[in-house]
Design a protein around this ligand. Structure first.
Ligand SMILES: [Zn+2]
Length: 416
C-alpha cells in the first residue's frame, strides 16, 4: 500500500490528495493518507509554490478568482427585501475585488427575466422570490434577478463564467435571456451562447493595464437536459473544442494569456479526479497560463505543471464556494485565488506568482449571510483554515487579507 502512494507521479508539484490511488479501487481508499504523505515528500505540507518567472522583467497584473456564486433561497430572499442587495453578501471582501486588475467569478444561475421554472415565457415578477426567481430544492433549479449582474459590476467583477451545471435551469430561453442581461450590463462572460449563435467564440477577452486575457469556461455537465444544451461548452464531451479554442487564442498575438475556468470535479470531495488532471494539463500544454476550477463546493489542491515547452502553468483545482447557503464546514470555506501574470518582451504572459485569501461564509440567523476573510479566530473558522492550509501550499496563504497589492511569494535566483 505504501507503494501505491509512491507510484504517484511527482514530476509536477502536487498539493492536496492524489486521485491516482482512488482509481485503483477500494484498496486505495485506505491509502489516501499515505498518498498525501508521499506527494508531500519533496514538497512538504506547508510548502510554498513559486514560479521561475517570479522575478522576470516585464509588466504585471494580478487576477483575483473567486469560486461559485450560489444564490440559494435564503440568499435571494435577503437580496429581494426592500433595501436588500446582493452586494451585501461580499461587502467585506469587496475592496480586494475592486483592487484586482481583473476579478472573476462563476455565476451559477441563469439571470433570466420572465422565464418560469419550466422554462416558459411568462410575465416578469420583479425582484420577488417565486415562480420566476427561485432556488427550489428537488430538483434544485436556480434563477436570480438580473439586477445581480449590475451589482457584480459595481463590486469590481470583470468577467463571469456562465458554463456550469445550472446553466440550463431555465432552459434554452433562460440561457438567451441571461446573455441579454449580461450584455446589457456590459459584463463579459464565457461558456454559453445564444440559441443559433454558433459562430460566437466560447471565450471572452478582458483587458487591464495593457494586458489582454482570454477566459474560457466549460462545464462537466448540465443538470437539466434540455434541447439546445449545445449552448453551453462541455469540458469533456467537447474537449477538442476546448483545446482548439485555447490554441487559437494562444496563437492570437492580440491575446497575452489564456485562463481556463472549468466547472468540474466531485462534489464535496477534496480529491481531484483523473479527468480534471488530464484536461488541466492538456490546457496548459496547449498554451493556457492557468486553470482555475470550481464546482465541488469545497477547496481542492493546487498543481504547478511544467509543459513540454518549458512553461510553468498553475492549476487551481477548486476555489470552493464563494457565497452559498450550504452549511457544512468546508462548504463555507472558499478561497480567492490571486494570480500574477508577467509579460516579457515576447509579448506572452506567464504566471509569475500566486497566493490565496481564505474566505468564510458567515451565516447569521438566516438573515445576514456574508463572505469574510477567514482569519481563523473562532473554533469553526480555525478548523476550516487549517484544513485549507493542508490542502493548499500553505506558504501561499495571504494573511494580509484584502490588502493591495498582495505580497505573493517569489524566489529569485541570483542575477534576476
Ligand atoms: Zn456546480
Amino acid at each position: 500500500m505504501r507503494e501505491l502512494g509512491l507510484t504517484v507521479n511527482v514530476s509536477t508539484v502536487l498539493f492536496g490528495a492524489s486521485s491516482a490511488g482512488r482509481r485503483r479501487g477500494r484498496l486505495a481508499a485506505a491509502c489516501t493518507g499515505a498518498a498525501l504523505v508521499a506527494l508531500s515528500g519533496g514538497y512538504a505540507l506547508g510548502a510554498t509554490m513559486t514560479f521561475k518567472a517570479g522575478c522576470a522583467e516585464g509588466d504585471r497584473i494580478t487576477v483575483a478568482a473567486v469560486g461559485d456564486l450560489l444564490f440559494h433561497k435564503k440568499l435571494q430572499v435577503q437580496a429581494y427585501q426592500k433595501k436588500g442587495t446582493f452586494t451585501r453578501f461580499w461587502k467585506p471582501v469587496e475592496p480586494l475585488l475592486k483592487a484586482a486588475d481583473i476579478a472573476y467569478g462563476n455565476l451559477e444561475s441563469p439571470t433570466a427575466h420572465g422565464v418560469s421554472r419550466r422554462g416558459r415565457d411568462v410575465r416578469d415578477t420583479g425582484r420577488r422570490y417565486g415562480e420566476v426567481y427561485s432556488a427550489e430544492l428537488k430538483p434544485l433549479l436556480f434563477n436570480v434577478h438580473p439586477s445581480v449582474i449590475e451589482e457584480l459590476v459595481q463590486s469590481g467583477f470583470d468577467v463571469l463564467s456562465t458554463a456550469n451545471n445550472h446553466a440550463f435551469d431555465r432552459g434554452s430561453l433562460g440561457v438567451d435571456r441571461t446573455i441579454e442581461n449580461l450584455e446589457k450590463s456590459e459584463m463579459p462572460f464565457t461558456g454559453t451562447r445564444r440559441k443559433g449563435e454558433d459562430d460566437r467564440p466560447w471565450s471572452v477577452v478582458t483587458k487591464a493595464k495593457g494586458f489582454a486575457v482570454a477566459w474560457l469556461a466549460c462545464t462537466y455537465a448540465v443538470n437539466v437536459l434540455a434541447k439546445g444544451s449545445d449552448q453551453v461548452l462541455s469540458c469533456y464531451r467537447d474537449k477538442d473544442q476546448v483545446i482548439a479554442e485555447i490554441t487559437s487564442r494562444v496563437a492570437d498575438r492580440a491575446v497575452d494569456a489564456v485562463i481556463l475556468v472549468p466547472h468540474w470535479g466531485a462534489e464535496d470531495s477534496h480529491h481531484v479526479i483523473q479527468r480534471q488532471r488530464a484536461l488541466a494539463r492538456a490546457a496548459l500544454e496547449a498554451g493556457a497560463a492557468a486553470v482555475i476550477g470550481s464546482h465541488p463546493h469545497v477547496v481542492q489542491g493546487w498543481e504547478k505543471h511544467e509543459t513540454e515547452a518549458g512553461d510553468e502553468g498553475l492549476i487551481v483545482y477548486s476555489t470552493g464556494n464563494f457565497i452559498s447557503n450550504q452549511r457544512q464546514l468546508m462548504q463555507r470555506a472558499g478561497i480567492i485565488a490571486l494570480v500574477e501574470l508577467v509579460k516579457d518582451n515576447t509579448g506572452r504572459a506567464r504566471v509569475s506568482a500566486a497566493g490565496y485569501v481564505p474566505t468564510w461564509v458567515v451565516i447569521d440567523g438566516n438573515v445576514n449571510h456574508r463572505v469574510i476573510v477567514n482569519t481563523g479566530k473562532s473554533g469553526w473558522t480555525r478548523g476550516a483554515l487549517q484544513k485549507t492550509n493542508q490542502l493548499l501550499p500553505a506558504g501561499n496563504h495571504l494573511t494580509s487579507g484584502t490588502d493591495w497589492p498582495p505580497v505573493l511569494p517569489k524566489e529569485c535566483s541570483a542575477g534576476e
